[in-house]
Design a protein around this ligand. Sequence first.
Ligand code: NAD
Length: 253
Amino acid sequence: MASRYSDLAGQGVFITGGGSGIGAALVAGFAAEDARVAFVDIAEAESRALVSDLDGKVDHLPHFIRADLRDIAALRSAITEAAAVLGGIRVLVNNAARDDRHDLDTVEPDYWDDNQTVNLRPHFFAAQAVAPFMRQAGGGAIVNFSSIAYLLNMGEFPGYAAAKAGIVGLTKSLAGRLGPEKIRVNAILPGMVLTERQKRLWIDEAAIAGGIERQCLKRSLTADDMVGPCLFLASEASAAITAQTLIVDGGML
Ligand SMILES: NC(=O)c1ccc[n+]([C@@H]2O[C@H](COP(=O)([O-])OP(=O)(O)OC[C@H]3O[C@@H](n4cnc5c(N)ncnc54)[C@H](O)[C@@H]3O)[C@@H](O)[C@H]2O)c1
C-alpha cells in the first residue's frame, strides 16, 4: 500500500485489540505507513499469525504483547513496554471491545461490571498511561473506537451501547484536558463492518442485505475501510481536529 500519511513514519503507535478484526487491519495499516506499532490482545494465536504474516512486508515489524485489558496493571505494563520497544508513543488507538449480546431481564451486576471493564474502562486508563509519553514527544493523537450502534436504539446490548456512548463523552473530556498539551482525542463510529467475528456470531446474509439497503453506499464495509479514517485522525493531516466523532458507516445514519 502506498504511504498516505508520511508524518506517521517512525512514530510509536499503541493499538488495543490488534490481533483480529478491525484492529488487525489497523496494525497492518499503520505498519504500512512505516510507523512503529505495538499492540495488545488476548487472542494469542491470531496475534502471532498477524505478526508472521507482516514479516518481510513492512519496515518495522509490529510488536505483540499479550495483555487482558480488564487487568489495568497489565495494560499499564504493556504501555511501558511498548514505549521502551518503540522509542516512545505518539498515537494510541483504543480499538478493543466485546459486543456480546445480553438481555435486560437477566443481566447481573457482575456481568455489567465485566462488560464495562472491557468496553469503557481501558480507554481511560490507556489514555492516562500514554499521556506522559505523548508529552515527552511534544504531542500526540488518541483515536477511540465507539460505534453507531448506540445511536440505533438496538435493544440487544445495553451495556455495550452505554459504553460506546460513554466513549464519546470520554473523548470530549480527554480532548479538553489534553488539548493544551497538543494531544488530540477523537472517536470513530463504525457502521456495520464485516469482520470474521461479526460474520460468525451476529451477521447473516439477511442482516448484510438489510444493512446495505440502509446505507447510501451499496456494498459491505470491511475492516480496511476503517484504516484510512484512523490514519487521518492519527496524522498531522488532522492537526486542528480534536473532540470530534467521525462516522464511518457507508451512509447508514
Ligand atoms: N465490526 C463492526 O461492525 C463494528 C461496528 C461498530 C463498532 N465497532 C467497533 O470497532 C472496534 C473493533 O471491532 P471488531 O469488530 O474488529 O471487534 P473484534 O471482536 O473482531 O476484535 C476485537 C479484538 O479485541 C480483542 N479483545 C477483546 N477483549 C479483550 C481484552 N479483554 N483484552 C485484550 N484484547 C481483547 C479481541 O481478541 C479481538 O482481537 C470495537 O471497538 C467495536 O466496538 C465494530
